[in-house]
Design a protein around this ligand. Structure first.
Ligand code: AMP
Length: 264
C-alpha cells in the first residue's frame, strides 16, 4: 500500500509521527514521468531505510521556459496513474503529490540564491533555474526531515548544489548521490526523452558516445553539431571534493538534453 498525501503540512505531520516511532526515512524527490532512473533511487532508499518516501512535484519556479513547463511529460492524468503504479511496484511507502499553490504559500517571495556554481554551466543558459531547484528542494527537505535523500548524478550540477546547500544550512539529511541509469545505447534516461522524435531518438545516444570519446572538447562540439545537435556547452567541472567531470547540455529539436561523465 502506498499512502498518497497532497497537503504538505499533513505530510510533515505524518512523517514526524513515523520518525517518533524510531523509523529511518529515505526520501526521493522527483518531477514525475518516472523511468528506471528514478526507480533506481527508490530501490536504493528501500535498501537503506525503514520507510521510503517520494514526491512528485513539477516545480514551476525552476522552469525558465513556459513551453518546457507546459509540455513536461508528467503534466497528464495517464502519466499520474502510471507513476503511482510504478511507485507501488517499487515498494514506496508514501508519496507527496502537492498542488502547486500549496508549496508556495509565500508566492515565491522567499528563495534560496547561490551565487557561484549556479551561475555556470546550465545556469548560464537557464536564468533562475537553480534558484527554483534549491528553493523547492529546501522546502521538500524541511517537510520530510529524512535521514537520507537520494539524487541522481545525471543532474550533476544540481546534485553538487544540493549537497553544498545541505552543508551550508546545516541540514540533517544526508544527500546521497546515485549513478546515472542509461539505455543500452548509452543514452541517459530522462523524462524528456519521451518528447524526442523517432529520428532524434536514434541520434540522441551520440551525446554520451561523444562525451566518453578520446577527442578534444572542440572536436566534441563539432562532432555533435555535425549530427544535428545544437550545443549549449561542453565544459569540464573540477572540484577537490567531487573530482573531474565533463558536463554538457545540448538541444535536439526542441528537446534539451544534459549528460556528464567522469573525466581522468
Ligand atoms: P527529475 O524528475 O528529473 O527531477 O529527477 C528526479 C531525480 O531523479 C533527480 O535526482 C535526478 O537526478 C534523478 N534522475 C533522473 N534521471 C536519472 C537517471 N537516468 N539516472 C539516475 N537518476 C536520475
Amino acid at each position: 500500500m502506498i499512502q498518497i498525501v497532497s497537503n504538505p503540512l499533513e505530510w510533515q505531520r505524518q512523517i514526524n509521527a513515523h520518525r517518533k516511532s524510531g523509523w529511518s526515512i529515505g526520501f526521493v524527490p522527483t518531477m514525475g514521468a518516472l523511468h528506471a532512473g528514478h526507480i533506481s533511487l527508490m530501490h536504493r532508499s528501500k535498501k537503506e531505510n525503514d520507510i521510503t518516501c517520494a514526491s512528485i512535484f513539477v516545480n514551476p519556479a525552476q522552469f525558465d521556459n513556459s513551453e518546457d513547463l507546459d509540455t513536461y511529460p508528467s503534466n497528464c492524468p495517464s502519466t499520474r496513474e502510471a507513476d503511482i503504479a510504478a511507485l507501488k511496484r517499487a515498494g514506496v511507502d508514501m508519496l507527496l503529490y502537492p498542488e502547486t499553490g500549496s508549496m508556495y504559500p509565500d508566492n515565491y517571495q522567499y528563495r534560496v540564491l547561490e551565487q557561484e556554481l549556479s551561475q555556470k554551466y546550465c545556469g548560464k543558459f537557464r536564468p533562475g533555474h537553480f534558484d527554483g531547484v534549491l528553493t523547492v528542494v529546501l522546502k521538500l527537505l524541511n517537510l520530510t526531515h529524512a535521514d537520507h535523500a537520494y539524487f541522481g548524478e545525471k543532474d550533476w550540477q544540481q546534485l553538487v548544489l544540493i549537497r553544498r546547500m545541505a552543508e551550508a544550512f546545516f541540514l540533517e539529511t544526508e544527500i546521497v548521490p546515485c549513478p546515472t541509469v542509461r539505455e543500452a545505447s548509452g543514452l541517459a534516461l530522462s523524462s524528456r526523452n519521451a518528447r524526442l522524435s523517432p529520428k532524434d531518438q536514434e541520434t540522441a545516444p551520440w551525446l554520451y558516445k561523444t562525451l566518453i570519446s578520446d577527442i578534444s572538447l572542440a572536436e566534441m562540439r563539432t562532432s555533435l553539431e555535425d549530427k544535428g545537435f545544437e550545443v549549449e556547452y561542453i565544459e569540464e567541472f573540477n572540484d577537490r571534493a567531487w573530482g573531474k567531470r565533463l558536463l554538457a547540455a545540448v538541444m535536439l529539436g526542441k528537446v534539451r538534453l544534459i549528460d556528464n561523465v567522469e573525466r581522468n
